[in-house]
Design a protein around this ligand. Structure first.
Ligand SMILES: Cc1cc2nc3c(=O)[nH]c(=O)nc-3n(C[C@H](O)[C@H](O)[C@H](O)COP(=O)(O)O)c2cc1C
Length: 375
């Protein structure tokens, strides 16, 4: 199971786990995989605390970080970084905020206490993601930096390479993968349609070999829909150097999601997700609910581009998180179709062990078939 990329990173299993939860990241790396902490959404001070915590809990294992510098977003390159938030705010029509507000009012989700600090811009722009990256680069155990939603800018790739670390980038098509490769990205993550979070239009089984063939010999991690060791075996059989997983870890014991979110995810079937632009402005897969349906209605305003839609929904997201019990039918629950297969809350270590066991069972199944053919 140890691929070349495992050797490069010094890990036992080619199982990469994306999570916004520091406990999951540390636990995956400790169990022989590679945890990757999603920094998008962290305020700078929270980011430093989380990285220090992972350093202290990951033992001598490596881990990664993930930032979001989209290839395209509203105001990109045109705005003064110091006035970014103010200028972007001026681009938001009042009807969008009123529409978001009404959905929450209709569900009796309370307002935040007066004066609560909101991270309105999250890390959806180069100006907000770069400081988080720089913090990550100060932590020695961080050995890989992934970028989502676009090819990382040349100066960022160079800066990371100068520190001796690997750069990875997510893609949803062979064309994007080739652009990443041309920019010097070391590891391409091919995420299929069924994956959780921002996702494209090509299903994993079609996308993975397309990307693997396009960028060979650059290593590719297969993402989107992985929930079992047999799926890992399939990805490695196609030539992937590992798998990149997300939804699988949301309902682990270590995950810091609210009990309401875990309950919704554990009870969801594989038909219960939808791709929607209603939270971030770019198409992302999440659990379908009254919020996603409301934005699909004919009278709904058209979601704005990134990061504007995220600025519209920042207040709503904070309220949903704070008052999860009330927000059950409207909350933001990014997740992939594999949620249908995840029905029990288990520790990360047990999940890792099961993935590895199932992988070897799958290999044995194939070996028995080869044996039959030889007889
Ligand atoms: C809750 C959630 C949040 C995500 N946020 C990000 C993100 O900030 N950056 C990123 O690169 N990928 C993000 N993703 C996508 C994952 O990195 C991963 O590619 C995806 O989950 C793989 O598909 P799967 O969910 O079927 O395992 C997110 C996924 C989920 C489920």
């Amino acid at each position: 199971m140890r691929t070349e990329l495992c050797r490069k990173l010094g890990i036992e299993f080619p199982i990469f786990a994306f999570s916004h939860c520091r406990d999951v990241v540390a636990a995956v790396s400790r169990a022989g995989g590679f945890g990757v902490l999603g920094l998008n959404g962290f305020l700078p001070e929270q980011c430093e605390t989380a990285l220090t915590w992972v350093d202290e809990h990951v033992g001598d294992k490596p881990y990664g970080i993930d930032i979001v510098i989209p290839g395209k977003y509203e105001g990109k390159g045109e705005m003064d970084p110091a006035k970014l938030e103010q200028q972007l705010n001026a681009m938001i029509p009042p009807e969008h905020r009123a529409f978001a507000d009404k959905i929450l009012a209709d569900h009796s989700v309370p307002r935040l206490p007066e004066g609560e600090k909101l991270n309105v811009l999250l890390g959806w722009t180069a100006a907000t993601a770069t400081p988080l990256l720089r913090m990550g680069l100060k932590h020695d155990k961080v050995r890989l930096i992934a970028n989502a939603l676009g090819t990382p800018p040349a100066d960022i790739v160079q800066e990371i390479h100068q520190t001796g670390r690997l750069v990875a980038a997510l893609c949803g098509s062979a064309k994007q993968a080739l652009a990443h490769q041309a920019a010097g990205v070391d590891v391409v993550i091919a995420q299929g349609y069924e994956g959780g979070g921002h996702t494209g239009e090509i299903g994993s089984v079609v996308l993975w070999p397309e990307v693997i063939n396009a960028v060979a010999p650059t290593p590719v991690l297969a993402a989107g829909g992985i929930g079992s060791g047999a799926q890992i075996a399939a990805a490695l059989a196609m030539g992937a150097q590992g798998v990149w997983t997300g939804s699988l870890w949301l309902t682990t014991q270590e995950s810091d999601l609210t009990p309401v979110q875990k309950d919704l995810l554990l009870n969801a079937g594989s038909r219960d997700t939808v791709r929607s632009r209603s939270f971030t402005g770019k198409t992302a897969r999440m659990l379908r609910n009254d919020w996603t349906e409301a934005w699909e209605a004919p009278e709904a305003p058209k979601p704005l581009g990134m990061p504007l839609q995220g600025m519209v929904t920042a207040d709503a997201m904070a309220r949903m998180h704070r008052y999860a019990d009330k927000a059950r039918d409207v909350m933001f629950n990014p997740a992939g179709q594999i949620v249908g297969q995840i029905n029990a809350m288990r520790p990360v270590k047990a999940t890792m062990r099961q993935l590895v066991d199932e992988y070897f069972e799958a290999i044995e199944r194939l070996q028995r078939l080869t044996g039959d053919a030889a007889e």
